[in-house]
Design a protein around this ligand. Structure first.
Ligand SMILES: [Cu+2]
Length: 261
């Protein structure tokens, strides 16, 4: 698409990766986006020329358009060449915007993550399966089944904690208000966009330490071999899906349920 914008204005864009499997590496030509929120949750604003967005992740950016060239684009970076996916035209006939961003962008007050204690609930999640993986067999409906049969007869190739995931695969039950730590090991050869329903979580990863420790996400793109903790206060009662947002993975067993009572 192409969008006409007021000259000398600023624009807030919410970028949503609605693809079912693809990770997008995005870049704006000639403007520097300032990220202000991830998955709808505010971050300390930061400037980053490249934006990586996994399936279902959202990034809110502010573009400052004072003194910019009359046309710029949002591009996907691919292995061969960048591809324009949106064009932005500064149109003088729309009038002038309010000028440069001259005040500091303010981050709302956000809660500190609690400290882990003897009352917190740690839920280990060992993810296995997929091509080139180390999963030999997994439980399906309570029966240990070799991977070949899982794939060919049942179209299942992923497992959490040795069992093919599904809507009846309970990972754990938290009391309302309890501090929960999902301790996730991506023991596969693929990235996965792990998404938790009902809660945003703080991410704790040695591989990718977060720059802003108060920031939260609801979807985190886990790299192959990465171990990450998703930490959250279980303040939302219900049965909540925890799954890969690469939807073929979810359909093939990469999904389970966390209960908050
Ligand atoms: Cu996945």
């Amino acid at each position: 698409p192409s969008y006409r914008l007021k000259d000398n204005s600023r624009v807030r864009l919410r970028l949503i990766n609605a693809a079912n499997a693809r990770v997008f590496d995005l870049k704006f030509t000639s403007v520097k986006p300032r990220t202000i929120a991830l998955d709808g949750y505010p971050v300390n604003p930061f400037e980053s020329p490249d934006l990586t967005i996994g399936p279902s992740q959202r990034v809110d950016v502010i573009l400052d358009l004072s003194g910019k060239s009359p046309e710029f684009a949002l591009q996907i970076i691919t292995r061969t060449r960048p591809i324009n996916i949106a064009r932005f035209l500064l149109d003088k006939s729309l009038g002038q915007g309010g000028g440069a961003l001259n005040e500091e962008l303010i981050t709302p007050i956000r809660p500190q993550p609690p400290k882990a204690s003897s009352t917190s609930l740690k839920i280990p999640v060992h993810m296995q399966g997929g091509a080139m993986g180390n999963l030999k067999s997994a439980k399906l409906n309570g029966i240990m089944t070799p991977l070949r049969d899982l794939a060919q007869k049942h179209r299942k190739v992923w497992a959490f904690n040795g069992a093919v995931g599904g809507y009846d695969h309970m990972l754990g039950t938290a009391r309302r208000g309890q501090f929960v730590i999902l301790d996730i090991q991506n023991d596969t050869r693929w990235p996965h966009a792990m998404h938790l329903h009902g809660h945003h979580f703080w991410v704790n990863s040695r591989l990718n330490p977060v720059k802003d420790p108060l920031s939260k996400r609801d979807t985190y793109l886990m790299q192959p071999g990465e171990n990450a903790e998703f930490r959250f206060v279980a303040d939302n009662p219900g049965l909540w899906l925890f799954h890969c947002h690469m939807l073929e993975h979810h359909a093939a067993g990469m999904g389970a349920v966390i209960q908050v009572t």
